[in-house]
Design a protein around this ligand. Sequence first.
Ligand code: OFO
Length: 179
Amino acid sequence: MITANVEKALNEQINKEMYSAYLYMSMSAQCGEMGLKGIAVWFMAQYHEEMFHAMKIYEYVARQGAKVRLGAIEQPQQDYSSVLEMYEKTLDHEKVVTKSINDLMDLAIEHKDHATQAFLTWYVTEQVEEEESATDILQRLKLMGDNTGGLYLLDKELGTRVVNAPVNFSQGLEAAAGA
Ligand code: OFO
């Protein structure tokens, strides 16, 4: 059982994760248009992982006998001046998500909601990884500056990313993970 406040905040977090997915899908589209097919793959993998983040909360809310409430998803930025800007925005966005997860954890603690605290621990760890991977790529982009050869190599490397999460949610996440 979860309180109405925790239920509301979890539903808001579903929306934030869906927005994250939408944001990275938009970046993937622009990379494809720019001929950066590998970075487009990286952002689309990120899209899938964000959808997984949203679905984990969706299932948790449902398992707690609470109500899943889906709100409108904000329109993401459509145009970026460079890949560097995309990764700057990615890191900024992940910091916002980290704060949101921390606020959710604070709320669960305040409500003495141990189950939600245990559930959110996965997200706390995940956000460290999210910020770390965006920071790493951003640093490399800054180092390479206008070096198009460097961007070509990065594009090749990032195109090898595979999705590290189940993507077929129709039978639930457990079934998807075993599929
Ligand atoms: Fe869901 O971790 Fe990024 O936003």
